[in-house]
Design a protein around this ligand. Structure first.
Ligand code: ATP
Length: 237
């Protein structure tokens, strides 16, 4: 079995008096793609932000590559290779290139340049328009830039918050297609919080988050057969 990359045990966090996460358990192995399914308000964003240290862990632990990171500051986690792509993803006022540069800032200069050049090869539209403001891109292209921006940081674990948010089905397909290219890429695991089951196409395993608690955890085939998941996410009886 592949090595474990991220181990989350008994995680609790929230906002002031409001506790959102209750004993969350999550395991991501090297090279895996995990989809975390949860409805609005289930606590997906809170979980991802807690993993990044943007929200303080109240109880429980987070280990990354066998290192305890539960109370490390966010930049220390990013340097270790945990990179967060929020729903918004990019800075609209900055150029495409500046967005990528910001993300690659923790890499040695020459490696950052090389990495960004590689991303322009992968996403030629972004290369052509590198000097234009990110805000000039369409919603779908902006999301692709969000993916490229996250990849610029050389993540070992790319944590994505609802990449389908605000996208038409055509662009959701496009984002899934782009991410499929990174499925099982050496040294890269994906943790994707979503409500859209289209993303199961690129997943190895599925977790559900309900009322701040992890519930189901299993293979994609098992998820597709699970009655509660079918009712909640596939609109089936
Ligand atoms: P969505 O898909 O709607 O973003 P989610 O699963 O990501 O949902 P969260 O955003 O983590 O859910 O929200 C979980 C709970 O925490 C909700 O009850 C929400 O109202 C609350 N919450 C979220 N952000 C804050 C905040 N900054 N301050 C206080 N409460 C918050």
């Amino acid at each position: 079995m592949a090595d474990e990359l991220l181990t989350v045990e008994g995680l609790e966090s929230g906002y002031g008096q409001l506790q959102v996460l209750w004993g969350v358990e999550l395991h991501v192995r090297e090279g895996e793609t995990i989809v975390l399914l949860g409805s609005n308000g289930a606590g997906k964003t809170t979980l991802l932000k807690t993993l990044l240290g943007l929200i303080r862990t109240r109880h429980g632990s987070i280990r990354f590559r066998n290192e305890e990171i539960t109370h490390l500051p966010t930049d220390a986690r990013v340097r270790r290779g945990i990179v967060y792509m929020s729903e918004l993803g990019v800075f609209a006022d900055l150029s495409i290139e500046d967005n990528l540069e910001i993300s690659a800032q923790f890499l040695p200069r020459s490696e950052a340049k090389e990495r960004i050049a590689g991303l322009y090869e992968l996403f030629p539209d972004l290369g052509r328009r590198r000097r234009e403001a990110a805000g000039s891109l369409s919603g779908g292209q902006r999301k692709i830039l969000g993916v490229a921006k996250a990849l610029a940081a050389k993540p070992h674990l790319l944590v994505m918050d609802e990449p389908s948010a605000g996208l038409s089905p055509r662009f959701v397909n496009e984002v899934v297609r782009v991410l499929a290219g990174f499925h099982r890429a050496p040294g890269l695991s994906l943790l994707i919080a979503e409500q859209n089951v289209k993303f199961l196409e690129i997943a190895d395993r599925v977790y559900t988050l309900d009322g701040g608690r992890t519930g189901f955890n299993g293979s994609v085939a098992e998820a597709r057969e699970n009655d509660a998941i079918r009712r909640a996410y596939f609109g089936l009886k």
